[in-house]
Design a binder for this molecule. Structure first.
Ligand code: DOR
Ligand code: ZN
Ligand code: ZN
Length: 427
């Protein structure tokens, strides 16, 4: 007897309808005909995708919970069709030490509605070995906050005591960013100046430096939020020659150029900044990119209303990406299989998340049901995130997630959030 049977599911636009049998949180059967179950849900031919995995979220817990916490962040995830998230270390305290890592693990286990992993931060290199034993999703380094000497030492240490771990990088050269910011601040307070305060060259320089370290140490490097054509080209050239590097793009870098800084002001302020059309990575680059990570980076409206030089960078992304991408599917510019590759399969493979990312017998029953016909308008007032703003405010979309299941448990049903205990994915 099954716990749950989802009947009349389509796993792709033109695929035949199937029934997904779920027991003990796992997909146990994918069959034409329904089987007996405690509960049966008829999906009437709606699309079912593997639950989305976001390898890049900032849930601000502990220490910055006025911006977001693990409960509200994971509710935003569930609402957006995500069943697994990997949380970034720039919390208070940062997740740079074993005690801080254990504290965040406890918070996630207590408050998360979806399954989760934790990226470790890198400060005192003497903690790397012990942090590695706690199974971080990766070691995250913000190159905009460290110098080249530290980066080299960090690679050396991680290769030495935590071989096989991924290094995730925020790749912007700290010196160039500081220099250009100093210059641009003299130009005034126009939000568009921010794009030049952290120019494409700052990213390109950092990507070049990191690729040479990846070669030198044969070290897996994941480039977070790649934002320029040139850096993607460098990463892909290296990848093609056998260097273990991978790329991620955010929804805002994918869909928006720097003119949106004018339109939305600080609500579109992020690091790295939005790029002009000549440098931007648009939709046509998606086939060359490995992962979409939302870089869900919530702040309060009060903070975002400060001047361009004082407002913190970052935008919430969990509740908008799937409708934005499904809209592209409806327009024939993207296929559902692209969404699966970028937001399910590659994230699971590249971050070694077991039993997730695929709808196959034996996998976790992490699923998102989407209604490709459902129209909507992005309205941040409806977000479950504490961050009630979006650089996509007012965008018309067609295609929405209608139900999210984590290990067979409904966590979102027609927009309503249901309680659940998310698990640490590397346990
Ligand atoms: O836009 C950003 N926001 N970029 C970062 O690197 C940090 C992030 C945040 O934590 O707010
Ligand atoms: Zn970053
Ligand atoms: Zn980030």
């Amino acid at each position: 007897m099954l716990d749950l049977c989802l009947v009349n599911c389509k796993l792709d636009s033109n695929a035949e309808e199937v029934c997904l049998g779920i027991k003990g949180g796992k997909i146990v059967s994918i069959k034409k005909l329904p089987a007996h179950a405690d509960e049966t849900i008829d999906l009437n031919g709606q699309i079912v995708l593997p639950g989305l995995i976001d390898v890049h979220v900032h849930f601000r817990d502990p220490g910055l919970t006025f911006k977001e916490d693990f409960h509200t962040g994971s509710a935003a995830a569930a609402a957006g069709g995500f069943t697994t998230v990997l949380d970034m270390p720039n919390t208070l305290p940062p997740t740079n030490t074993p005690p801080a890592f254990r504290e965040k693990l406890k918070i996630g286990q207590k408050k998360s509605l979806v399954d989760f992993g934790i990226h470790a931060g890198v400060s005192d290199l003497s903690h790397i070995k012990e942090l590695a034993e706690l199974k971080p999703a990766s070691f995250k380094i913000f190159m905009d906050l460290v110098d080249g000497d530290f980066l080299l030492k960090a690679f050396d240490k991680i290769k030495g005591v935590a071989a096989d771990h991924v290094i995730s990088l925020h790749a912007e050269d700290s010196q160039l960013v500081q220099q250009c910011t100093r210059i641009m601040k003299k130009e005034g307070n126009d939000p568009e100046l921010y794009a030049q305060a952290r120019p494409p060259q700052a990213e390109i320089k950092a990507v070049e430096a990191a690729i040479s370290l990846a070669w030198k140490y044969n070290q897996k490097v994941h480039f977070c939020h790649v934002s320029t054509q040139k850096s993607l080209q460098l990463i892909n050239n290296a990848q093609a020659r056998g260097c273990p590097v991978t790329s991620e793009i955010t929804p805002h870098h994918l869909f928006l150029d720097s003119s949106y800084l004018n339109r939305f002001g600080n609500m579109a302020k992020t690091n790295p900044p939005l790029r002009d059309k000549e440098n931007q990575l648009g939709l046509k680059y998606l086939p060359e990119i490995d992962i979409i990570g939302t870089d869900h980076a919530p702040h309060t409206l009060e903070e975002k209303k400060k001047s361009v030089w004082d407002a913190p960078p970052g935008v919430p992304g969990l509740e908008t990406i799937l409708p934005l991408l499904l809209t592209q599917v409806n327009q024939g510019k993207l296929k559902l299989k692209d969404i699966k590759r970028l937001l399910c399969e590659n994230p699971a493979k590249m971050f070694h998340i077991p039993h997730k990312g695929f709808i196959l017998e034996g996998m976790d029953a992490d699923l998102v049901v989407v209604d490709l016909e459902k129209d909507g308008v992005i309205d941040s007032a409806n977000f479950h995130s504490k961050a009630k703003y979006s650089p996509f405010e007012g965008f018309k979309v067609k295609g929405m997630p209608t139900m999210t299941l984590v290990r067979g448990q409904k966590v979102m049903d027609e927009g309503e959030i249901l309680e659940n205990h998310g698990k640490f994915v590397y346990a």
